[in-house]
Design a protein around this ligand. Sequence first.
Ligand SMILES: [Zn+2]
Length: 676
Amino acid sequence: MDNPLLEMTGLPPFSRIRPEHVETAVDQVLAECRAGIAALTASSELPTWESFVEPLEELDDRLTRIWSPVGHLNAVMNSDELRQAYNACLPKLTAYGTEVGQNRVLFEGYRAVAAEEHLDGAQRKLLENALRDFHLSGVDLPEDKKARFKEISQELSPLTSKYEENLLDATNAWSKVLTQEQALAGLPESAKALARQTAEQRGETGWVLTLDFPSYLPVMTYADDRELRREVYEAYSTRASDQGPHAGQWDNTEVMERILALRHELAELLGFGSYAERSLATKMARTPDEVMHFLNDLAERSVSQARRELAELTAFARDKHQLGELAPWDIAYYSEKLREHRYSITQEELRPYFPLPRVLGGMFSVVERLFDLRIQEVEGVDAWHPDVRFFEIRDVAGELRGQFYLDPFARAKKRGGAWMDTCTNRLHTARCDQIPVAYLVCNFGPPVGDKPSLLAHDEVETLFHEFGHGLHHMLTKVDYPAVAGISGVPWDAVELPSQFLENWCWERAPLDLISGHVDTGEPMPEASYERMRAAKNFQSAMQMVRQLEFAIFDFRLHREYDPKRGGRIYEILGEVRDQVAVIKPPPFNRFAHGFSHIFAGGYAAGYYSYKWAEVLSADAFSLFEERGVFDPAAGRSFRENILEKGGSAEAMDLYIAFRGREPTVDALLRQTGIAA
Ligand SMILES: [Zn+2]
């Protein structure tokens, strides 16, 4: 069969890829990879960079070349046939990944190459990461420990699924039917429509509220009926626990204890003192002390302002709404009232100033100026949908650095949200010379009639965010995919370029480049701009301490675990709340039972990463605050030290090379209006 997925040069032939091509291509390339690895590991010659690592990088790249377009199409042009083909390949790819991670001979090969003397920094970092990952998968453990490692891994994986299932079942088990529209007073039309649609789908009359976020959040933010808010809050905050309307059913208590015990044992097997240490083995933060110091420092500097913000809210609820005492189910509701009262600004009001063509052209101008680049559209490139556009990035010398697809609009069969993903990696060896290509995917409202798509300001921010990731991927000068672009960049550092670039859609000069009224071209009025800026930092300290509560809880939970004492989950959470929380939840609250980021997702002892990355991006931007938002030297330094280097060196070393020092929390506190 003529299979377009197996054409290994140029851009993927999207319009010719069919579901029936997927599995045969994956099978064939996996077979090639296995044969390639077998040949490399069977060789009697001493492995070298050129004879061993480069061929492995090339094999890996073949897999990326076929799997990237498949995964991408599954996300943006979903169909039953494609989904089936995609799902059929997942276990094959996972099995291959495990096989490679457990391959002792491969591990020895990397170790032999690491002893070579004439390697550059990127090559050393790649080898260091590879050896670290082999170690973390238990490949170098003695046989008895290796067996135990495997047992633990096999027990952990269904446990984390069980946690997620309990949470999902508990979430789905609760709903509330309302027969009088009056009971929904305060809710926006979109939330009412959702409640009505849910009722119809379930064969009920009236409106149905659920604990799914799109239903839960509007109730907590807008429902005038306080008792309704209390009831929904209680149901939500006791999911999968021993409390609330479904107490004891789907209870995660034992699952959480077991997960913590196994993670601790796993970490000890690998030679770490705690799971927190194990987590940091792949991150930018160096030690548990550093993380705790970082979080505690932010907490100390934010708590008093958070208390002030809560006092303002309490006074507002008392004076304007005659509320005696704020309960946890009142916070979001009165906060929204206070926000409207103070800033009276809506996303809708600003939309006419952000027509997509203007925003896109403006964003390119900003980036061209900042990083000395030229961005141009290329017509006639084969794509998966007529809305898709294709661009290339060149440096001032005219050298082609990267290319990207932009798929801007929401449509049926396309996954929601916005993201940047890898199409191809930069790869430069004796046999290959490949430049990086990215997908930039958004879900903006499509143009209506002859009017262009109009963006809300937070959608503009999203576009900048994803383009920041895109630049990290496309501007890389590293030759080996494993440490080029965003590959090999630690989790707590990978959001630096994306959050960093968001700053340019909040500053007046760049804002004038990306905005202009759709009918008149007029710039955004100064008064609207001022209100938009002011509203940005509304209750920023309350939000800060809430995130710190989660981050400190997660980190202490994994760091202080002691097999003799068990998880002490709510004991530790109570201590953390005494330290940082300004809102004390009621005794029935079972937050941890639904904290799937750390129990089921990949954020165990890593939730701090959100704040860490914010501090980095704020501190990075502060250089531009000092020197001007278009300062050429600062822009060049960010491009050369961060964007071009990718994962080829320690993230902290790269940051210091850019900023001249380690990051501090000052800029974040100042930019969010917290610093005194
Ligand atoms: Zn991101």
